[in-house]
Design a protein around this ligand. Structure first.
Ligand code: COA
Length: 695
């Protein structure tokens, strides 16, 4: 059945698209629209184009990208709208995104629901609009706004759309009724096609501004600059030449790995939230408790409150509790100051927050998340106290970065309700949530955690239990190689720069200084010395022992001026490095930036493949989701597993083997999965493991 249906109301033709879940502009939709226009009765005075379900068109069908185009293309469907012998009114609710906005711009008029938004998010997929968005939008709303929308990808509100001429009216109440009334007020001659409008005025300063902005804030990404080029062309080219230029730039982006990488992440992020196997209904989680009112507890409580849950915050002392409570209050008050939240909204949220020092107050909790000090004995005590007061069904979550969730669950009655929720700091801002399934965690508890992640607007990915779970276990290999290269002759500055040039937001040494070098130091003290490469951290340890703990002490790998976070070179550090190198009798060598990137990336990839082979991660794409959302891995490289596929698994293996030959195979034994996939020609980022299936 066609997703497109029509109905006549007097002489107004109402074209309705019903293509769940989000009315993507798939082939059947495009064909249906063209057919509906062609079949319009000869006396049609106007048409309304509307979508059923939760939103107007969410854009081109991303799953069709990379496949041979099927006529009618989106541009052809838009052309049919522009050339229709009667005006067409788009009735926009939900979101009109990408192709959705382009099709609306192909209509003669736009009526919007007051809560609707319109945008050109193609850059978030490494693309630019490809069906006239960069040419029609500036003709309606001017260069400056079109440059911003096309290069930044952020949607704008209905109010802004009205102010800038994108919308012609905002529906007072019922959108369809308003659009219909609007259409009835028009006659067949009221055509006002956007493409026929004059060129927008050139705005050189806006072009310069957005180019500089893109170079700085979207470093390494090609799409924002291409979007700016296309919009800039709209000022001088006639519409046909402008559309041609846009098409060329679009096709260049579409065939580039950056777009393939970002499209991979789009689907990977939606997949990671899904559990394999039969659907399990999640538990309703409405009443939450958070134990510990430090930085993590505060961020977790704020996330839960934003998701609509009621939260009880527990800490040992009134003083700590008050401080935590105040910090949560500040988070929401800042949102009010920035105009993101109303006063009433803020009061409603804070009305759901309570504070207590008594475990007995938590008895009615649906879920408890502990965020106390990262020490298993302390965590055991917390869980023992909790088990005494909460019901048998209450989900018990530990927020831990490294600890053994199974060991914690073992001592708790009904261990199937225990799991790890690894939030990233600051927890109310960082998007990633690693959901750690213990050996006994039930499918229902896991499904509940995934749904909670979605409510908190996080990207959740499941990890099995191992030291550091997916993200930190891989990171330890990246950090190890960076530390070893430091001993072998590279400077922190060179390593940091090579990796930031690759696209990481910060290099490992700047990052270490920012986080505090004592944190890693303390963690290493608890580890079996045989379990990690001690040499890689000799310099780190020496720095901590000299009270050079990073930014907080004014020096670490770099030196810092008071009140300034800029890492400065430091001769005192050079002395430390020289001393450690000479104690180790290391003969120094020169590094190319590409050596540095390869060694760190191969470390990440090999460990990621092992994690996948062990069933700790279910999907290669889950690993990419973890790295892109929790560790700043450049989205335009798709994550470490996708990056490995881009290089080619044969080349990855050759690199790992070469490292094994040079540095020994203690850390460089190739993952068996890598060997198998390189042999079979499959992709690491598409690999899904069968092990670890849910009971
Ligand atoms: N093409 C194909 N599939 C799409 C799609 C598109 N443009 N937009 C969304 N989907 C799919 C998702 O993959 C998901 O599929 P799944 O249920 O099998 O996982 C489903 O629609 C629902 O999407 P989801 O993102 O989970 O819903 P949401 O309500 O949270 O968000 C949107 C809805 C429209 C805001 C969001 O999906 C979105 O931003 N889409 C992309 C918009 C875009 O970039 N358009 C320009 C394309 S060039």
């Amino acid at each position: 059945m066609s997703p497109v249906s029509t109905q006549l109301t007097g002489t107004v033709l109402v074209i309705t698209i019903d293509h769940p879940p989000v009315n993507a502009l798939s082939h059947a939709v495009r064909a249906g629209i063209v057919r509906a226009l062609e079949a319009a009765p000869a006396n049609t005075s106007a048409a309304v184009l509307q979508c059923a379900g939760r939103t107007f068109f969410s854009g081109a069908d991303i799953s069709e990208f990379g496949k041979p185009p099927q006529a009618p293309t989106l541009s052809e469907a838009i052309e049919a709208l522009e050339n229709a012998p009667f005006p067409v009114v788009a009735a926009i609710h939900g979101q009109a995104l990408g192709g959705g906005l382009e099709i609306a711009l192909g209509c003669d008029f736009r009526v919007m629901d007051a809560k609707a938004r319109v945008g050109l998010p193609e850059v978030t997929l490494g693309l630019i609009p490809g069906a006239g968005g960069t040419q029609r939008l500036p003709r309606i709303a001017g260069m400056a706004l079109a440059l911003e929308m096309a290069s930044q990808g952020k949607p704008i509100s209905a109010a802004k759309a009205l102010e800038t001429g994108i919308a012609d009216a905002i529906a007072e109440s019922d959108l369809v009724a308003s659009a219909l009334a609007f259409a009835k007020s028009k006659s067949r001659n009221d055509k006002r096609s956007t493409g026929a409008r004059p060129n927008p005025e050139t705005d050189a300063s806006a072009v310069d501004y957005w180019r500089a902005h893109a170079a700085k804030r979207q470093r390494g990404q090609k799409a924002p600059l291409a979007a700016i080029d296309a919009v800039e062309a709209s000022a001088t080219l006639d519409i046909a030449s402008g559309l041609k230029r846009e098409r060329e730039l679009f096709l260049e982006r579409m065939s580039d790995t950056q777009s393939a990488a970002m499209r991979h992440l789009f689907f990977a992020e939606r997949k990671s939230a899904k559990l394999p196997g039969p659907r399990t209904d999640p538990l309703p989680l409405e009443r939450a408790a958070v134990i510990g009112s430090g930085t993590m507890g505060v961020g977790i409580a704020a996330s839960l409150l934003s998701a609509g849950l009621s939260v009880k915050l527990l800490d040992m002392s009134d003083q700590a509790l008050q401080a935590g409570y105040n910090r949560i209050k500040t988070i929401f008050q800042n949102d009010v100051t920035k105009g993101r939240l109303s006063e009433a909204g803020c009061s409603e949220i804070l009305g759901r927050l309570a504070a207590t020092t008594q475990y007995s107050d938590l008895s009615d909790s649906d879920i408890v998340i502990e965020a106390v000090f990262e020490d298993i004995e302390i965590k055991h005590k917390v869980f023992a106290q909790l088990a005494n007061v909460v019901g048998e069904q209450t989900v018990l979550a530990t927020n831990t970065s490294y600890l053994d969730v199974d060991a914690i669950a073992e001592r708790v009655a009904n261990p199937e309700r225990v799991l790890g929720l690894h939030f990233f700091s600051p927890a109310h801002i960082m998007r990633l949530l690693e959901v750690v399934r213990g050996k006994k965690t039930s499918a229902m508890v896991l499904a509940s955690a995934m749904q909670l992640g979605k409510r908190m607007r996080k990207v959740a990915a499941v990890s099995g239990v191992c030291h550091g779970f997916i993200g930190n276990r891989m990171l330890s290999c990246y950090g190890r190689e960076a530390g070893l290269m430091l001993l072998e002759g590279a400077s922190p500055r060179q390593i940091d720069k090579a990796l930031t040039d690759f696209g990481m937001p910060m290099g490992p040494f700047t990052m270490g200084d920012m986080a505090g070098l004592d944190i890693g130091y303390m963690n290493r003290q608890k580890l079996d010395p045989e379990s990690f490469e001690q040499r890689a951290f000799l310099v780190h340890d020496r720095l901590v022992e000299m009270d050079r703990k990073g930014q907080k002490t004014g020096s670490g790998f770099y030196r810092y001026e008071k009140g300034d976070r800029t890492p400065l070179d430091d001769e005192a550090f050079d002395d430390v490095l020289r001393a450690v190198r000479s104690e180790q009798g290391i003969s120094l060598r020169e590094f190319d930036d590409s050596d540095i990137v390869d060694r760190c990336m191969l470390g990440l990839i090999n460990e990621g493949a092992k994690i996948l082979d062990e069933g700790i991660a279910w999907r290669g794409s889950d690993i990419d989701v973890v790295y892109a959302n929790g560790y700043g891995f450049p989205r335009y490289r798709g994550g470490p597993m996708f990056y490995a596929d881009t290089i080619g698994l044969d080349a990855v293996l050759a690199g790992i083997r070469a490292n094994a030959e040079r540095f020994g195979d203690r850390w460089w034994t190739p993952s068996n999965l890598l060997l198998r996939l390189a042999e079979s020609g499959e992709r690491l980022s598409a690999y899904e493991t069968q092990s670890g299936a849910l009971s």
